[in-house]
Design a protein around this ligand. Structure first.
Ligand code: HPA
Length: 247
């Protein structure tokens, strides 16, 4: 979903390889770089690619990119991810604005020695996904003709996809979409007081709902398909986001 980076002007690229402690993403379709510059005139950093818990990295490594952005002064981070739709009404290609999450990774990534440079030990998560950002993105969606869903994102560790029984459980627990990322990064951002928005691209119906097997190829195909629409959405929301960041 990194195509938006192609529209960044006055750009400078920083590969993760150049940054101490940053690992190179190992998943096909995930680049590993920051693109820094201006998008429709506004200052942005686009992170192309991420690393995941399931790649075997420890939580500190997974949280390093948002911590780096926060340390350099990022006020808002809009996360994107691919997710399976748990709500039977969801169709591949739809975009869900995350209103809240359930951490089913099996560990809390914040566990461990406390380092006050990263923020507080006990992080308030009662409104992790910023209401102002949700409103701005929803309005931008109606301007670019993208109907956005809202819902709860459940993060699992992966890398296996869920069983149909796990999908039924997640649905019963109140989740609308399931994926293998983002929650550690959101925790790290919230710890530093960065305002967070998150867009989940529904790349597939969750296991057991479509009657066919799940594949990474399908997830990649849908993500490629939606990359322009996601970019347009973020670009359309940017002026209001920048204004919010300045408040
Ligand atoms: N489950 C977990 N992660 C995912 C899925 C899924 O169905 N689709 C994309 N990422």
């Amino acid at each position: 979903m990194g195509a938006i980076a192609d529209h960044v002007a006055d750009r400078e690229e920083v590969p993760f390889d150049d940054l101490p402690g940053f690992p190179a993403p190992s998943v096909p379709g995930h680049a590993g770089k920051f693109v820094i510059g201006r998008l429709v005139g506004h200052p942005v950093v686009i992170q192309c690619g991420r690393v995941h818990y399931y790649e075997g990295h420890d939580a500190q490594t997974v949280m390093l990119p948002p911590r780096t952005l926060a340390a350099y002064g990022a006020k808002i981070i809009i996360f994107t991810n691919a997710a399976g739709g748990l709500d039977p009404a969801m169709r591949p290609g739809e975009v869900m604005m995350v209103e809240d999450h359930i951490n089913f990774i099996g560990a809390n990534p914040m566990r461990g020695e406390f380092d006050a440079r990263f923020g507080e030990r006990f992080i308030d998560m009662s409104a992790a996904y910023d209401r102002g950002i949700l409103r701005i993105i929803e309005e931008a969606g109606s301007r670019v003709g993208l109907n956005l869903l809202r819902g709860v994102y459940a993060a699992v560790s992966g890398p296996s996809y869920e069983t149909p029984a796990e999908v039924r459980m997640l649905r019963l627990f109140g989740a609308d979409a399931v994926g293998m990322s983002t929650v550690p990064e959101v925790l790290a951002a919230r710890q530093r007081g960065v305002r967070v928005g998150c867009l989940s691209l529904i790349t597939n119906r969750a296991a057991g709902l479509a009657g066919e097997p799940l594949s990474h190829a399908e997830v990649e195909r849908e993500a490629k398909h939606a990359t322009v629409a996601m970019g347009n959405l973020v670009a359309a929301a940017l002026p209001q986001l920048i204004e919010l960041a300045g408040r």
